[in-house]
Design a protein around this ligand. Sequence first.
Ligand code: FES
Ligand code: FES
Length: 136
Amino acid sequence: MAYSDKVIDHYTNPRNVGTLDKSSHKVGTGLVGAPECGDVMRLQIEVDDNNVITDAKFKTFGCGSAIASSSLATEWLKGKTIDDAMAIDNMDIVEELALPPVKIHCSVLAEDAIKAAINDYRVKNGLEPIELEKSH
Ligand code: FES
Ligand code: FES
C-alpha cells in the first residue's frame, strides 16, 4: 500500500508520544481499540480552567495510519477548546493524511480516542459525559 508523505512523516517522527498524569483532575484519558484489527490507542488531554487543551499525548499500538492519525490529532488538539476538540471528525484526518478506504477505521480510532478522553475529563470534573451517537 502506498502511504502519503504526511502519513510517513507522522509515522517516522510522531508528535507528542507519551503519557500525562492519569490521576490529575486536569487530565482526561481515552483508551480505545479497533475491532477490525485489534489495534489500541491511548490519547490524553490536559485541560486548563478555561476549557482549553494545553497538552495532548498519545501512545498507539497499531498500524502506521493509526499512529499518524493520533499524532496529527494531538497536534490539532493543543490550543483548542473542549468544544472545538469535540467537533474533530475522523474524515478531517482522512483528508489531511490522504488515507485510503481500508485505512479509514484507523482515523475513526483517533476520533473515538479524542471523545473518550474528553468524556473522561468531564466525568472526573463532575460533568455529564457527552452522548456519542455517531456510528461511522
Ligand atoms: Fe495490524 Fe493494524 S491491522 S497493525
Ligand atoms: Fe487497524 Fe490501522 S489497521 S488501526
